[in-house]
Design a protein around this ligand. Structure first.
Ligand SMILES: NC(=O)c1ccc[n+]([C@@H]2O[C@H](COP(=O)([O-])OP(=O)(O)OC[C@H]3O[C@@H](n4cnc5c(N)ncnc54)[C@H](OP(=O)(O)O)[C@@H]3O)[C@@H](O)[C@H]2O)c1
Length: 335
């Protein structure tokens, strides 16, 4: 055999070896993709099909209290209603004592055996040095659930460019969505840990994804997501008996987001039931974040993998619609 012939033979063998290696690699990749898809489907089925009535059992021991911030309206009030219906006594936080007393009276009438407490604190006006004292007033109670719900954009029109924010608007959005949450949670941790197993639900937003004309709000909700994930892991590592969940959501029809109610945009009361019904399965499946309303989960699942130019086109329309709605509902003039 000439030198040339043996080289041809060897390269043929090498090609065969390479092809069979490639096949093997593709088979492994296929098996890995199939296994991870099956795992995702089973985990989603477990999350969304688990009986919601069992959801809170892990945190319902002793005579449990749930503390909800921003509890007088919207999503906070919806979650209060769902927790009270499951037998939790309630600590209502808000900024307006009269409105808090009205809400307390409604709860007391609907659930006569329920105990209620009130915390008055304006997250934009009151000094944060007073939070420790505020929390010490309820430290003797068996609080096993904390819902950090207070948040949003505390000015109108809400959807403005970064340049249109003045410094007080920037500070207010950060205080309302991130700074108060961090300080308040810090003081609540020893109480929740002592009463464990306990649960913290931090109400985030799909805006953490990066919503144009809501830059500071998006960043603050990104903080809520990272803060929740980090605290969840900190508790797991230190074996602190506190479960932590970021609650992700799209539009819910409330005073602040007066979007028409439809399948994708539920009423706050219905959303409250979704939250309370899903958190147990979320923690059982070791998640640190959950999107409790199924249409929101589908919407985000479709949006996130899209190419950037498609996202930009979609978000441009979405923001224009939201700005038009704000102008209509709050009687604002075109800027
Ligand atoms: N609605 C949505 O589509 C949507 C979407 C994504 C995320 N979120 C998040 O969900 C949470 C609740 O939003 P929401 O739409 O339910 O809002 P909402 O209807 O405006 O209710 C906000 C609650 O916070 C209280 N609050 C407002 N400013 C306060 C202050 N300075 N100090 C203390 N309490 C104050 C309000 O009290 P008053 O009753 O006195 O006003 C009310 O109880 C927020 O974290 C928001 O970012 C909402």
């Amino acid at each position: 055999m000439s030198n040339m012939e043996s080289i041809f033979k060897m390269s043929g063998v090498n090609r065969l070896v390479n092809i069979s290696l490639l096949e093997r690699g593709l088979q492994l990749l296929g098996a890995f993709t199939a296994a991870s898809t099956v795992f995702k489907v089973v985990s989603l089925a477990r999350l969304y099909l688990s009986p919601s009535s069992l959801s809170l059992n892990r945190w319902k021991h002793g005579n449990p209290y749930a503390l909800v911030t921003g509890a007088t309206d919207g999503i906070g009030w919806g979650i209060v209603d769902a927790l009270a219906a499951r037998g939790f006594s309630i600590i209502l936080h808000g900024r307006d004592r009269n409105k808090l007393e009205d809400r307390r009276a409604i709860l007391q009438e609907q659930y006569p055996s329920l105990k209620t407490e009130i915390l008055v604190f304006d997250v934009l006006k009151d000094p944060y040095d007073n939070i420790e004292e505020l929390v010490s007033g309820i430290s003797h109670l068996n609080v096993t659930i904390l819902v950090n719900n207070v948040g949003g954009i505390p000015f109108m029109p809400g959807y403005i460019t970064l340049a249109e924010h003045d410094s007080s608007r920037i500070d207010h959005v950060i205080d309302m969505n991130a700074r108060f949450l961090a300080h308040f949670t810090r003081y609540m941790m020893p109480i929740l840990s002592r009463n464990g197993p306990s649960l913290i639900m931090n109400i985030g937003s799909a805006a953490e994804f990066g919503l144009p004309c809501a830059t500071v709000y998006s960043g603050a909700k990104g903080f809520v997501l990272s803060f929740s994930e980090a605290l969840a892991r900190e508790c797991k590592i230190s074996k602190t008996p506190v479960d932590v969940l970021n609650i992700n959501l799209g539009d819910v029809s409330t005073k602040q987001t007066p979007t028409p109610v439809r399948f994708a945009n539920p009423l706050a009361k219905d959303f409250g039931r979704d939250v309370v019904g899903r958190v147990g399965a979320a923690v059982a499946s070791d998640r640190n974040t959950v999107t409790p309303h199924i249409p929101h989960a589908i919407f985000l699942g479709v949006l996130k993998p899209l190419p950037e130019f498609v996202k930009v086109a979609f978000l441009r329309n979405m923001i224009q619609d939201a700005q038009a709605l704000h102008r209509k509902v709050f009687n604002l003039k075109e800027e």
